[in-house]
Each structure stands twice: as C-alpha cells, then as structure tokens.
Design a protein around this ligand. Sequence first.
Ligand code: 6MZ
Length: 358
Amino acid sequence: MNRENMEWCVSMPKVELHAHLNGSVRNSTLFELARALGEKGVIVFSDVENVIMKDDRTLHEVLKLFDLIHILTTDHSTITRITKEVIEDFASENVVYLELRTTPKRNGSIGMSKRSYMDAVMEGLRAVNSVDVDYCPTGLKNDTVNGTARKKIYVRFLLSIDRRESTEAAMETVKLALEMRDLGVVGIDLSGNPIVGNWGTFLPALKFAREQGLYITLHCGEVPNQEEIKAMIEFLPQRIGHACCFDKENWKKLKTAKIPVEICLTSNIRTETISSIDIHHFVDLYKEKHPLALCTDDSGVFSTSLSGEYGLASSAFSLGKTEMFQLAENAIDFIFSDDGVKANLRATFKASVEKLDL
Ligand SMILES: CNc1ncnc2c1ncn2[C@@H]1O[C@H](COP(=O)(O)O)[C@@H](O)[C@H]1O
C-alpha cells in the first residue's frame, strides 16, 4: 500500500473490537522489559530477542510467545504501563471506540489477584493523557483543554477466559466482570490455545454471563473442530472471532444466524490459519453482506495496526475509500455498548466525511 493510502486509513475514524492487551504491547516496550529482567538474571535477553523478532509464527508458536510476554508483563505497574500505551497507540491512529480484552491473572508470589490485575489495567486507562477517554457512563473527562477540542476515544473492556482454565476459574472471571461493570467492563471473551480445553468446561460460566446481561464473543474456528464450532454457533454469542476453519454446514449455520465476525487478516495469514489472503473468507462474507468488522487481534505480536488492516483489505480486495469508510462505520452496529454511544460514534463518522474527501 502506498503512503498516501496508509495516511488516509489512519485519518479515517475506526472501531476496534478484537484486540488482546498483551498481544498489543509495543515491541520497544517488550525489549525494554526483557532487558531489565535480563539484567536481574530472570531471563536470558538474547533468547527473548530472537523470539520477539521472529516474523512468521504458527498459531501454536504465537500462543507460546504469549507465555513469554506474560513473564515480561507480570507485575501491576507493568500492566498499568502497557494498558496506557496500548490505548494511546490505538487513539493515535484515530480509533474512536476500542474494546480491549484481557485475561485477568493471579500470581501469588507478587500478591496479584484477578481483581488487582484488573485494577492495574484500570489505572492504566486513567493514566492516558494524550486523549480524552470515555470508559464508563460517568467517566468522560473534559472535552476541551484550554478551549481546544480534544480527541476522544471510548474504551470498553472484555474479560477473557483462557481455554486452559477450569469451570471455577471461568466463573470467577465472569463474577469479576459483573463486579466491574460500572468501570466499563461490558463482556466476556473465550480465547487461548484452541486445541486446549472443552467447550463444556466454559459453558456454565458463559451461560451465567449471558443471564446476567454481559455480552459474549468467542474465538471460534481457529482449528477445524466442527463439533465445537457447531456448538458455539448454537450458543448464539453476540460476536465470534476469526471463523477460519468452518465446513460447509457450519458456514450455512453462521450465515443464517447472522452472527457478526471479527476478522483479523494479518493474524490469520501470519499464523497460517489461512494459507493466502486471496482465499480469505472475508471475500465471501463481504459479498454476502454478512456482518463483519476488521480487527487487529494482536497488533504488537503481528506488527500491524487497525489502519494497516484496512489498507491490507483495500489492496487485497480492491476496496475504494467509500467502501472502507462504510466497513468501518458498519462496525458500530456490533459494539457492546448502548444506543447513546452508537449515536455519538455515528455523528463522529458523519463529521469526518468532508475531511476524508468522500
Ligand atoms: C492468534 N490468535 C489468538 N487466538 C487465541 N487466543 C489468543 C490469540 N491472540 C491472543 N490470544 C489470547 O490472549 C492472550 C494475550 O492477551 P492477554 O494476556 O489476555 O491480555 C493470550 O495468552 C491468549 O490467551
């Protein structure tokens, strides 16, 4: 993609619905953290350097990389730092609504509970100072500084259940999400290594989350486990992520159910979940007007950005500016927020039409 197109994609308002906190950490921050832990003798810096710099990783290798990232981002202050940086990075490329997901973690040796992990995340959110952040109905900061209108980003959180977790641990995460609703936690995500754990293990917690009014999105179809894919579609989550390895029957089911799909192009290609961009299911879903949203998944790990994903879609699938704008604006329909937020976002998109030369 040429520079001019990329700049245009950056200037367009965008909605990010599938971003994992620890997958979105800047490489420069990971290096800095690795160097510091290397100096303390906790890790060998050169080992980490090789792993972080590697470009092509299978899904299995990517998930192993997360275990390393989690060692680097263990303590509360680092969680606060990366949250602040990730939100600022999305805001700087004109993401106007961000649903950031993360797996609350417990670590007895440093006194971290799932709740204190999330408190550290919230502290990072409050530390953002380059833009105004709306993180809960009453959380909006001042719109103007010295009389100048400031950029604004809505941030909402999804708590992820890792597929390695037990039913009890999953339930604990759902209860934490309910406890933190007033702070902008709106839903639950199921993620992690798709060949680990069984759907039945998470179902009680997911059912409870739904009964309590939390939104649900599931990583679905990263591997061709058709029985599980079928069960997930029949659960009717509000959205699913990826949808790469569906057989014909499950495609039909998904389309009939009209469940919106979070599409992560670079992630799918880099992890070899999809062998080539020209056979990506985006094309079929887009042609059929199936609800979908372009997302980054792990912008740090895959060295991408939401603007980059739009640029990639534009060049791979010959989308013009109007189509890209429409695609970005349509994502508002699938956000896990109320009609008031949706109306504000639509107004933001409308206001940008002239500037974007549409
Ligand atoms: C490549 N596609 C993917 N498929 C499945 N799970 C993924 C993922 N990318 C990220 N995660 C999940 O998100 C965690 C990192 O962020 P948090 O520690 O939660 O902030 C990973 O450990 C994994 O469980």
